[in-house]
Design a protein around this ligand. Structure first.
Ligand SMILES: [Fe+2]
Ligand SMILES: [Fe+2]
Length: 337
């Protein structure tokens, strides 16, 4: 996929530092005209029905039997991670409403930003839909418990430290889409090795969507960096100082305190190496490289300091990751039968 290249001659020279409104107005034509590079036309896109047993066919019950047989072999932690991933995807209303709260963008329904948000949501909506149906058919999940956790997560929302700032928002989404790409890809690999080829395919196509979305959000920041380098650098530094928290960090099981299920879910993901502290560092390095943080020019003093922090951060975090301890014992979730 071609990367959008900013023509330096077209850069507006009169955008004052930190004026997000002007920067977002400058990016509007890109969102309106070129974001389709990062999206796929609906009719060429996979749909959940492409992977799931078809209830109108005579072979339906046979297909469910096959699905359940493969699902029976999935290790406990892997299933727990898959349920956590599904609940995270199902909390999509939280993410959509957060994206529409971003300030300094044109809020016209047919404008570039709202069009992007709708198209992104429409693609993402298939993820939770597909995984939810798989889990329902698998016979291994207490669906009521799973559904209560989903309802709780949407009700509880999240607190990810971006505020309504477009820069922080795009930095968060760039990071987050890369993180979900890693975790769905690894779940696909592990499902394949435990013999569930169907689940492997499902997680594989979801991972590919996440990778496309990451490219889109990263390109928004590439644009913003060209016109407002210091403010974008400071926003990036701020997000990394706060640490990027996962969107399901308030995850809970019914009757249990908020966030406890999230830490058990995250332990399971680390035990399986589906998403680890090392992956966090690798994603940061990917962003530093993608945005060529070391080569950004025209920074003010604060911007230079922020850049130094960001360039040194991967090594610092790697030293900490070495020392992190993960509990060995599996936690028994209410979601899993
Ligand atoms: Fe997703
Ligand atoms: Fe995503």
């Amino acid at each position: 996929m071609a990367t959008f290249v900013v023509d330096m001659q077209e850069l507006p020279l009169n955008i004052p530092e930190g004026s997000r409104k002007e920067v977002m107005a400058y990016m509007e034509p890109f969102m309106l005209n070129e974001m389709s590079e990062y999206l796929k036309p609906v009719e060429q896109m996979w749909q959940p029905a492409d992977f799931l047993p078809d209830s109108s066919r005579d072979t339906f019950f046979e297909e469910i039997k096959d699905l359940q047989e493969s699902a029976r072999e999935l290790p406990y932690d892997l299933l727990a991670v898959l349920v956590g991933d599904t609940i995270t995807e199902e909390a999509l209303p939280t993410y959509e409403s957060w994206l529409t709260m971003v300030e300094d963008v044109e809020k016209n329904e047919q404008g570039g930003w709202m069009k992007w948000v709708r198209a992104w949501t429409a693609e993402e909506n298939r993820h939770g839909d597909l995984l939810n149906k798989y889990l329902y058919l698998s016979g291994r999940v207490d669906m009521r418990q799973f559904e209560m956790s989903t309802q709780y997560l949407i009700q509880d929302g999240f607190d990810i430290g971006t505020g309504a700032d477009p820069y922080r928002n795009f930095i968060y989404t760039s990071f987050q889409e890369l993180a979900t790409n890693v975790s769905h890809r690894r779940v696909a690999g592990l499902s394949k090795s435990s013999g569930d080829r169907l689940l492997a395919k499902m997680c594989g196509v979801i991972a590919a969507d996440e990778a496309r979305h990451a490219k889109a959000y990263m390109s928004f920041i590439t644009h913003a960096l060209k016109v407002d380098p210091s403010e974008v650098m400071l926003a990036f530094e701020d997000m990394m100082r706060k640490k990027i928290v996962m969107p399901a960090h308030f995850l809970r099981e019914a009757g249990e305190p908020q966030s406890e299920a999230f830490s058990h879910f995250s332990d399971a993901a680390q035990r399986l190496e589906v998403y680890t502290a090392i992956d966090y560092v690798d994603i940061l390095k990917t962003l530093n490289d993608e945005w060529e943080i070391d080569k950004v020019t025209d920074l003010n003093d604060k911007g230079e300091k922020a850049r130094d922090y960001l360039m040194k951060l991967p090594d610092r975090l790697l030293r900490l990751a070495d020392r992190a301890k993960i509990p060995e014992a599996e936690y028994k979730f209410k979601w899993i039968l």
